[in-house]
Design a protein around this ligand. Structure first.
Ligand code: ARG
Length: 493
């Protein structure tokens, strides 16, 4: 018997292929089976379906395949599964599978279940990258390096400070992903098509069997909403925007002009014509993937926008964007983690880049304020004039300031100051500039150890949280299997 029913004549195959989700249903096939199982368990428990009938349905579901042939001519896996149950068990038995449920609540539920799994994967990959950044801090964190604004040398910083500046937004990404997980953790099952159902199924029981923390209260909301999917996509997009800045810097740093970093050969490619080339391919592709993920988010937003309530088949088109974006995000994060772990910063090139770069000028201005009570704006002008001279004469700021600081102060303020050349040189050194930083979160190397400790703790606690979410999922899956078996073992089919 064709489960399409009697209302319509046969569908044109071209139409079926056009409107079908079968190509991307493989991702949620396992979850769809579980939803069918939990729903049938509840129908049997409430007495809506005869125990022997339910047992045979559950038997079938236990052995049903989650391999979805993407070339099958079917609207979706939901239909394929039910049709195959009817073909195998007959309609007298399998005809009860869809009592009190719809593909609408079924797909919304399966999507959330799979999304939880996928979110956990992305979080885990983000934490890997965080961990790799901390590895670099441990190895080479105290290395002084130029800090940039406008891609111009601005003030000295340390490698640790720079790596922490990547770690911290990733930590916010991780927190956002955990938040998205929590909002995904509610079951739409029992919403049926949109109105709920006159069939007695316990929504709570089904939700618990499927590992959800709660149920989506309103049945129309349950089948219509995709905000949870949009939130996840937004989290992926923001994470990829964080990542794209790191990848961009890796590409720059690996260039001849910078030569700050040596990327491990396993993560580089050469050219088919230029034998000398070593291209930072992983960073490039990850940088590009951020664009694909932003595209997925805007596609999904545009699909959902303006849809009348409740379910519309348009919603189906969100799904492939969601999985693709999750895969791109998670692969980019974990490959970048490997690159970061394996790469080495090149101290000689980095310190060479800081020679005569004027990047400690601010320290000298601050010194004039502190030592001689010169207003900062005037101190800024004094040091600025010295930098201009140094630039014009091709000299270093140290040299010019050592000789002419007092004169420049006199010219700007009319005051006489006494300062030794050695003092000026020491104020302008990278080391004393870094050590002079006193504010929290600044680049003083004294802050590295504490920063490392605090951040190692967050990595640990994210991993703990992740493993407790995963073990919750594992134990609810086992509970579902037990519930199914306790009914299905009553028949031998
Ligand atoms: N295949 C659909 C999806 O992935 C679910 C089916 C809902 N279809 C329907 N006619 N109610 O969203």
């Amino acid at each position: 018997m064709d489960i399409r029913g009697r209302r319509l004549r046969q569908q044109n195959e071209k139409v079926t292929r056009f409107i079908s989700s079968i190509r991307f249903d493989g991702a949620i096939a396992k979850e769809v089976l579980m939803v069918n199982q939990a729903h049938m368990v509840s129908l049997v428990r409430s007495g809506e379906v005869d125990r022997r009938v339910g047992a045979r349905c559950l038997r079938f579901l236990e052995s049903a395949s989650t391999e979805v042939d993407p070339s099958s001519v079917s609207e979706d896996y939901h239909q394929l599964l039910e049709q195959s149950a009817v073909d195998t068990l007959g309609v007298d038995v399998a005809g009860y599978l869809n009592l009190g449920k719809s593909r609408n609540d079924q797909v919304a539920t399966a999507l959330r279940m799979h999304l939880k799994l996928v979110l956990a994967g992305v979080i885990s990959a983000a934490v890997q990258l965080q961990d790799a950044l901390l590895d670099k801090v441990q190895e080479q964190g105290a290395l002084a390096m130029p800090g940039y604004t406008h891609l111009q040398h601005a003030q000295p910083t340390t490698l640790a400070h720079h790596m922490f500046a990547y770690f911290d937004p990733l930590e916010r990404d991780v927190q956002r992903l955990f938040d998205a997980y929590q909002r995904a953790d509610a079951s739409p099952m029992g919403s049926a098509a949109l109105a709920g159902t006159s069939v007695s199924v316990s929504r709570r029981e089904v939700a618990t069997l499927l590992g959800f923390a709660s149920v989506v209260d309103n049945a129309m909301d349950g089948v219509s909403s995709r905000d949870v999917e949009l939130e996840a996509l937004s989290c992926f997009a923001v994470t990829m925007s964080s990542l794209s800045r790191l990848t961009e810097e890796l590409v720059l740093w690996a260039s001849k002009e910078f030569s700050f970093v040596d990327i491990p050969d396993e993560y580089a490619a050469t050219s088919s014509i230029m034998p000398q080339k070593k291209n930072p391919i992983v960073a490039e592709i990850a940088r590009a993937k951020s664009g694909s993920v932003f595209g997925a988010l805007s596609a999904a937003l545009a699909i959902v926008k303006g849809l009348p309530y409740s379910y519309n088949l348009d919603l189906q088109e969100v799904t492939p964007h969601l999985w693709q974006a999750a895969e791109d995000t998670s692969a980019s994060l974990s490959l970048l983690a490997a690159v970061v772990r394996g790469m080495r910063f090149v101290p000689a090139a980095i310190s060479k880049s800081m020679l005569d770069d004027f990047s400690t000028a601010t320290s000298l201005a601050n010194y004039l304020v502190k030592e001689f009570s010169i207003p900062f704006r005037q101190a800024h002008a004094i040091v600025g004039s010295l930098v201009r001279d140094a630039g014009a004469e091709g000299l270093s700021l140290e040299e010019v300031a050592a000789k002419r600081l007092a004169g420049a102060v006199r010219a700007e303020t009319g005051r006489r100051i006494a300062v030794t050349e050695a003092t000026v040189r020491s104020v302008l050194s990278v080391e004393s500039s870094l050590e002079g930083i006193v504010t929290q979160g600044g680049s003083n190397p004294r802050f590295i150890a504490g920063g490392l400790r605090a951040r190692s703790k967050t990595v640990k606690s994210s991993r703990k949280r992740l493993s407790s979410l995963r073990s919750r999922t594992g134990s609810s899956e086992r509970a579902l299997t037990r519930a199914v078996r306790s009914i299905s073992r009553e028949v031998n089919n």
